[in-house]
Structure formats: structure tokens, C-alpha cells
Design a binder for this molecule. Sequence first.
Ligand SMILES: [Zn+2]
Ligand SMILES: [Zn+2]
Length: 119
Amino acid sequence: MPRRPDYPCAHQGCPRLVPVGQKYCEEHRKMHPEDSRSASARGYGRRWQKASKAFLASHPLCEECLKYGRYTKATVVDHIVPHRGDPKLFWDRNNWRALCKRCHDQKTGREDSSPYYTY
Ligand SMILES: [Zn+2]
Ligand SMILES: [Zn+2]
């Protein structure tokens, strides 16, 4: 079996090492039950879930739909400027906007293909 490096326990100040794929040592895992689900492994993690939920609570309508006079419930927080992994852009609330799933998917589809310019 190849040896993989261990990581320190994510609990503040805990010096114990835990195997790759786990966040906390035995003792601290019990103290963070919500983290044992692998949300962070799948995407942006708990911090983003919390932040985007709060953002949608104060921006309940899709901003793209609003431009056309449609009132659609927003379910996705979109980055106006694609963050491409840049944490500064990622966490900049001025770079966020509330979108419904349909508008978000449309935008994503467009950006994956060639650049699209509007004048
Ligand atoms: Zn620990
Ligand atoms: Zn929309």
C-alpha cells in the first residue's frame, strides 16, 4: 500500500494527525458531526453553503429573470466574474448575484464554449 501523508486534525489547536480524507481525529470527530458529511470534498464546503444560503435569503429573486420582469425564486449564487479558484474573487460579495437554476445553467453553458460579447 502506498504511504500517504497524514494531515493534522482540523480542530483548533489539536496536534494529532489524521489519515487523508478525514478531517478530525477520533476524539474531535464527535464534536463536528456536521463535517463528517463530505460537503467540502464535493465542492465549496460548509462555509460556502452557509454564506450562499444567507445571500439567497437577502436576494430571494433571480436577478437575470428580474431584468425581463420575471419573478423567479433564486436558488444559486453565481459569481459574476468567474473565480477560477481565486479565493478573493470567490468570497467577494460584490461579485455574487442570485440566479435561478435555469439562468445559471445558461450562463455556465455559454462560458464553457467560446467567449460571448454583447455590445
Ligand atoms: Zn483532534
Ligand atoms: Zn432566472
